[in-house]
Design a protein around this ligand. Structure first.
Ligand code: HEM
Length: 580
């Protein structure tokens, strides 16, 4: 219906899948390397591979998919085109250019003759330092996402003027709340990059306060996981019930969940820093408590999505306590992929609870347990849902039916099996104490209780799992490429049914974004003002002592340092008084 927008969606999806392809190549290289099955790179290049894998997968693959999906969802649910397609192409162009710069700076690490390196991993905080191109590219990429959000907000406002009394359509509501969360979260990483990391890498300042840049990173680093997750939630809430032959069970509950993410996703970042010195235990405890509240939207989602799918199954004649499960379209890759993704998300939730507990976290901190956990969440709940969702959406935005549903079905099941093997063994090795981010974790002859097998046996599980995942990725991409060669047919567009309990049942206050933003910001200030004040008080805005700046930068940073010191000094005193 909107061919210009469909073109943007296709471009964004293709960028996303190109990143998935690169990410998968680096993924299999590092899997076979660290398990000692095949070492085709020198171990000194391991961090370059790991950085490429992390950045291409979780910054490029996921976020390009998100902007494509959100463009589709917004135009579909508002039933109008975007306000100015040139702006739309501008933000897509910025994102693509930014990621290309960052990608070049990472890949240059493989070429010894080029004096450029960005082996800083996808978390890129100090003390690891990258070439300025890495940070500049990221900054451009993030600005692109900000303009994308503005594009969607402006389109929504134009719709609002024409429909003053209507409820915000659910998919648009999801886009707007997710972007609200993204603006709050990404402001910190933008500050970290623009005020500290980029000037430091350019040589304008000679030091930074590492605790500060880490804290600013994790201010962003936790909500970003919900930024990856919300496209999957959108597909589970609005598309999965339709494929199951049913309807969403409750629009109001879906809205509550998205609002909860706006409120709760940011004031929890310090839970990634349980082992960081320089942050008082009390602040970590507050962060842990907030984190536990995040179980609520996930449990609400499990309830609502399963209820919606069950509704569809029963409509198709399903009966019994569990008998209805047989009345679901398991042969459709989009359905099975999303269901398996949801199942893995539940497992990821359990391993996440271990990460979140301040005391048990010490057991698995920085071990392979952690990648084991997030390959279940972002690596499967999100990635597999995105692939499965593509099987449903791609025909509608390209007018070409999927080349092979059978390959699609095989591919999503293969991903599930591969990830079950790889992630389970990663968790088990983590409990053994095997570190993550290590090229040669050699523990030969190290045995572990028979339940899990020894270190070598777990390595084999990881290697087999990783290989299946790689094959699954290639099947997905191959299927899509072959689909592109299919002839065009019309009539592939699919409407989405209205929910059982619709928007009219949702309290109006849920649509009051201003209110949620104010509460979210208040929570952020409560969670972060004291720790950040303490970090700056103790370690200085630019590290211990006054940093030395070139003459022309000095006044700028001095002014910033003074403003921050005045603002935060008062809070810091209050914190000291409280501590006493
Ligand atoms: C890390 C393999 C897919 C995100 C890792 C590690 C392995 C791995 C073995 C741990 C390396 C280490 O700590 O030494 C694979 C394979 C994949 C795959 C074989 C399938 C082709 C994904 C996907 C995502 C993802 C789909 C996210 C969308 C990450 C991230 C890291 C990681 C963020 C951490 C990098 C770091 O520690 O800096 N992957 N992975 N991976 N993976 Fe994957």
């Amino acid at each position: 219906k909107f061919p210009d927008e469909a073109r943007v969606v296709r471009a964004a999806f293709m960028s996303s899948f190109f990143a998935l392809f690169l990410g998968a190549i680096f993924g299999i290289i590092q899997t076979l390397h660290r398990t000692d099955v095949a070492r085709i790179i020198p171990s000194t290049d391991y961090y370059t591979v790991l950085t490429a894998h992390g950045v291409f997968m979780v910054i490029s693959f996921t976020i390009f998919f998100l902007v494509g999906l959100f463009t589709w969802a917004l135009t579909r649910s508002l039933d109008r085109p975007l306000i100015n397609i040139k702006i739309t192409w501008t933000w897509y162009g910025l994102m693509a250019a930014g990621m290309t710069l960052t990608g070049i700076s990472i890949l240059a690490g493989f070429v010894d003759s080029i004096d450029m390196s960005a082996d800083v991993l996808y978390t890129f905080y100090a003390p690891l330092q990258a070439h300025p191109l890495f940070y500049a590219g990221l900054a451009v990429f993030i600005v692109g996402t900000w303009i994308a959000g503005a594009d969607w907000f402006r389109t929504f406002l134009a719709w609002r003027r024409e429909h003053p009394d209507e409820r915000i359509p659910l998919q648009t509501f999801m886009v707007l709340t997710t972007m609200t969360m993204w603006y709050i979260a990404s402001s910190a990483v933008a500050a970290s990059v623009l005020l500290f990391l980029l000037p430091w890498s350019l040589g304008f300042i000679d030091q930074v306060n590492p605790t500060l840049t880490r804290t600013l990173f994790w201010f962003f680093g936790h909500p970003v996981v919900y930024f990856w997750l919300m496209p999957a939630y959108m597909l589970w809430y609005t598309v999965l019930p339709k494929i199951a032959g049913g309807r969403l069970f409750s629009d109001p509950l879906a809205r509550v969940v998205f609002v909860l993410f706006v409120l709760l996703s940011t004031p929890v970042g310090i839970h990634h820093q349980y082992l960081d010195p320089g942050i008082a235990e009390g602040f970590k405890f507050i962060s842990m408590t907030n984190t536990m509240f995040l179980l609520l939207p996930s449990l609400l989602t499990a309830f609502t999505v399963v209820a919606s799918v069950e509704y569809g199954a029963r409509k198709n004649g399903g009966t019994g306590l569990l008998g209805w499960l047989t009345n679901l379209p398991w042969r459709k890759p989009a359905f099975t992929g999303m269901m398996l993704a949801g199942l893995m998300f539940a497992a990821g939730g359990f391993s996440g609870m271990v990460n979140a507990g301040m005391n048990i976290n010490y057991l698995i901190h920085n071990t392979l347990w952690v990648p084991g956990h997030f390959h279940l969440t972002v690596g499967t709940a999100v990635a597999l849902t995105m692939m499965a969702g593509t099987y449903w959406i791609w025909p509608q935005i390209s007018n070409k039916p999927i080349y092979s549903s059978q390959i699609g079905l095989f591919q999503v099941v293969l991903w599930f099996i591969g990830m079950a093997l790889m992630s389970n063994a990663m968790h088990a090795q983590g409990l053994l104490g095997v570190p993550r981010r290590t090229a040669e974790p050699e523990y030969s002859g190290f045995d572990y209780p028979t339940m899990f097998g020894g270190f070598e046996e777990l390595n084999i599980q990881i290697a087999i799992g990783g290989t299946l995942l790689f094959v699954s990725t290639i099947l997905f991409l191959g299927n899509l490429v072959l689909t592109m060669g299919n002839p065009k047919v019309s009539g592939l567009a699919e409407p989405l049914p209205s929910p059982v309990s619709g928007a009219e049942d949702a309290p109006k206050v849920l649509d009051n974004l201003r209110l949620w933003v104010s509460i979210a910001l208040t929570l952020v200030v409560l969670a972060y003002a004291l720790p950040i004040a303490a970090i700056i008080n103790r370690g200085g805005l630019l590290g211990p002592g006054v940093g030395t700046y070139p003459v022309w930068v000095a006044p700028l940073f001095d002014a910033l340092a003074n403003a921050a010191a005045t603002l935060l000094g008062a809070v810091g005193d209050a914190s000291a008084a409280l501590a006493e």
